[in-house]
Design a protein around this ligand. Structure first.
Ligand SMILES: Nc1nc2c(ncn2[C@@H]2O[C@H](COP(=O)(O)OP(=O)(O)OP(=O)(O)O)[C@@H](O)[C@H]2O)c(=O)[nH]1
Ligand SMILES: [Mg+2]
Length: 411
């Protein structure tokens, strides 16, 4: 594996977060002692593990600040949608409630009750909410920074965990100022609110607080996108992958990120097919490969928000009929995915021949030398890469049709 370290520095180095150097060594020695049979379950387990890593995000803050609304917005839902967190003008959330992302169950947003109510005075709250079990926190605060906000921030800091400070309801705050003052400059107003939050947190002993201004009604405005980016940057790599795939497709940039994450899975699924493909039973290999191919495409389609349920949710969010979004979804991967998919994929026939070179550059030396993976690996890699390109194009068209804008195009 002498070439492995130089490959690690390539643009595809992130693959090493799927199989570590040690894991590859382990796979190799298992293969040498027990052949394909011994190694297959190890790879399958790894693929399953990818989809089982949980990410627990606690949303906390005083009562009525907009915690449940924030969770709904993160999930691309409005308060009256099925499965949305309950939102009201009275004390609403009375126990920690978990909300799974609609298409990926690994990202769990915990809607906590408000701190500092009669039911939950601060000390009782901090004891009962079991902060240790969460990966990170979002403190929602509105309109003033309070003693309870300080207590939350300090407790999270004490546990050595991170939090982000979110100030919601920016829409109504700006509206009120507009009505009150003859002169109104939105940027100045936003800056005032932001620096008020930062100064308050600094006074509470938080050295470099991260503050985000948002409105649940205008997800594309203010700091909502920046918050998503910062969250994903701060997560360890595997958790980050889960988080990215769970975001609703609100901008073209999100679609691009998802594609990058899914590309790693193409490689992983192809390497799995290489192993299964080496099983010396006629007919078995093809069956396995089609299973991997179909499983991969269905998974990608869901992650990219192109399944029926995701399209319906996005249409509602954009205030457009779902047919308008469905009309821009084209190509062989619409509708039910069956074994016939190989025939429907126009690029299927040339797949095996073309791509030896590009593969050799990043992945094949490792996988190839271990398993002697041949045409099956190449075929699945090429077919899934093509499917991913095609699905990403569709997802981009859907975002454009939903929000009718190119302004978020990362180019
Ligand atoms: N204008 C505006 N109103 C918001 C926003 N976020 C929340 N609200 C309103 O604030 C009120 C309280 O929202 P919730 O999401 O129920 O707040 P909560 O923090 O979950 O409340 P509890 O569960 O009782 O602690 C509701 O009337 C929401 O519609 C926002 O971004 N803009
Ligand atoms: Mg609530």
């Amino acid at each position: 594996m002498g070439g492995a370290s130089s490959r690690d520095q390539s643009a595809e180095a992130s693959n090493t977060s799927l199989f570590s150097e040690d894991e590859l060594k382990n796979l190799k020695s298992n293969f040498e002692s027990g052949g394909v049979e011994k190694v297959t379950p190890l790879i399958q387990k790894k693929v399953n593990d990818l989809d089982n890593i949980e990410l627990n995000i606690a949303v906390t803050g005083e009562a009525g600040t907009g915690k449940s609304s924030f969770i709904n917005a993160m999930r691309g839902l409005q308060s009256e949608d099925k499965g949305a967190a309950k939102v009201d003008n009275k004390e609403t959330t009375v126990e920690p409630t978990e909300y799974k992302h609609p298409s990926l169950p690994n990202v769990i947003l915990w809607d906590l009750p408000g701190i500092g109510t009669v039911k939950f005075p601060a000390n009782k709250y901090l004891k009962e909410m079991k902060f240790k079990k969460y990966d990170f926190f979002i403190i929602i605060s509105h309109p003033r920074f309070t003693e309870n906000d300080v207590k939350l921030a300090q407790e999270i800091k004490r546990l050595g965990k991170k939090f982000y400070f979110v100030r919601p309801k920016i829409d109504s705050d700006l509206d009120a100022v507009k009505r009150e003052r003859r002169e109104f400059k939105e940027e100045e107003e936003l800056e005032n609110i932001r620096s008020y939050c930062i100064t308050s947190l600094q006074e509470a002993g938080i050295s470099s607080p991260q503050v985000f201004l948002i409105s649940k009604f205008d997800r594309h405005l203010y700091d909502f996108d920046r918050l998503s980016k910062v969250l994903e940057d701060d997560l360890p790599s595997l958790k980050r992958s889960v988080y990215i795939l769970a975001l609703p497709n609100l901008t073209l940039e999100i679609v691009e990120k998802k594609k990058k994450e899914l590309k790693k899975r193409v490689w992983m699924l192809a390497s799995l097919s290489g192993v299964l493909g080496a099983v010396p039973v006629p007919g078995v290999s093809l069956g396995c490969d089609i299973g991997i191919l179909i499983g991969g495409i269905v998974h990608f389609r869901k992650c990219l928000g192109l399944d029926d349920a995701s399209l319906r949710r996005l249409a509602k969010k954009a205030g457009k009929p779902v047919e308008e979004l469905k009309a821009v979804v084209k190509g062989p991967m619409v509708g039910e995915i069956t074994p016939d998919i190989i025939n429907r994929l126009a690029w299927g026939a040339t797949a095996v021949v073309v791509s030896g070179f590009e593969l050799v550059l990043d992945h094949v030396p490792v996988v190839g030398s271990i398993f002697g993976a041949g045409s099956s690996f190449l075929m699945i890699y090429k077919l899934l890469s093509g499917a991913l390109d095609d699905l990403t194009e569709n997802a981009r068209r859907v975002v454009k049709a939903a929000f009718g804008t190119d302004e978020n195009d990362p180019k």
